[in-house]
Design a protein around this ligand. Sequence first.
Ligand code: ADP
Length: 464
Amino acid sequence: MTRRLVIVSNRIPTEAEPAGGLIVALHECLTEIGGLWVGCAPDPVDVPTPGLTQIGEAAYRRATFDITPLEHEGFYLGYANSVLWPLFHRRLDLISVDGRHAEAYLAVNARVARLLADELAPDDLLWVHDYHFLPLAYELRRLGVTNRIGFFLHTPFPMSADLPALPQSDVFPDWMAAFDLVGLQTERDVAALLEMFRSDPEAEILLNGKLRRRGAEFQAMSFPIGINADEFGAQADLAGPDDPLALPAGEKLLIGVDRLDYSKGLVNRFEAFGAYLDRRDDGDPRATFLQIAPPSRGDLEAYRDIRAELESASGRLNGTHAALDWIPIQYICRPVPRGQVAGLLRRADVGLVTPLADGMNLVAKEYVAAQDPGDPGVLILSHFAGASEQMTQALCVNPYDIDEMADAIRQALSMPLRERKDRHAALLAGVRERGITWWTQNYLARLTGPDAPDDARPSLARAV
Ligand code: ADP
């Protein structure tokens, strides 16, 4: 008999056919094998419904739990996004510690654990996503739940040396050890986790590669997340040859597509483009840089600050370099439909993906998938994006080194076609080989357990 899959994530698709890479992949997975998806209701309410609320129509069940405005402030804005997010992205200076926020985070996790415990059948597989639910398995174990529980962290894993900045650093290892499988984006994240347990006197690393701590045994592995490259490439094809920016023929385009977040290295990227413009020779082609970065988490000061910084950086650069018929930096501060993003990525001669820290960065993979293989653009990729572990044929840069990035822009804009094609072919092969279906299949096969009989594994035949 096929085992039921139960997914928990903060965001949940609220329409029958959701948009967006990961959400689509998990949606397809659940549509194939059936199961339940539990997530947070999009709007906080003063009086939460005590149980789960069924939403939408789909081939599987979807249900939300409510949180109050105070819990939204503590669980989501306060602890998840003002402690965990900056800590996991190595911005300890942006951490804001408040005991009430930690209480709300722990209380929401304990409540979700109780709701799940009521729902779970003995054989269900539970797959928990991301930093909003670090203590969920720990809470479930306290309630006596013995199901296999997997976790996937979409962000980088924190460095051991940074962990004392987490007010709950003493229980963080217990949270991890309560899962059966901890999935991370890269090998360097696995190394960071092992480092944390290596210095833990209560933990041991077993010969079979698993870890044991206070009697709990679990495994940590990397599962680099991917995209559906063919589907994204088809969207870029559909966008057609028309240039929505109507740039003059021969003018080069550089593009950045990001959520507005301090981890994305946008100010450094703007400065690097400015340094490139400063050093440009008269013979160099004119190049415009389009940055799409809609605001996210605008309720938090750190996000308002980064927006103001970027607006001032783009104003400064345009003030210095603009001509009557040319605005060097076009900065779009709102979301752009996915099909249009695909078309713009296709049109761009250079993709700038230069985060200061990033779990994976799917835009790097989307840029490669969107290119015309006969005349592809060049990807400039930060060492600190998880994607750089796989995408070694990109021009890899240090996002803290403005001059190096400016040189990479120049190198990319003058790269011969042969080299562009070789680099792109190798990158595309990798993006295709390890796509989103590879990711869900491999994770779930490992979560089910390598010794489980085939009929005990979730069947992903259609998704293959
Ligand atoms: P993160 O999860 O930190 O936002 P990723 O690069 O891993 O970063 O994933 C972002 C996803 O959101 C990608 O699929 C990307 O195409 C999409 N995206 C990011 N910024 C925009 C934007 N400005 N407009 C439309 N889609 C965007």
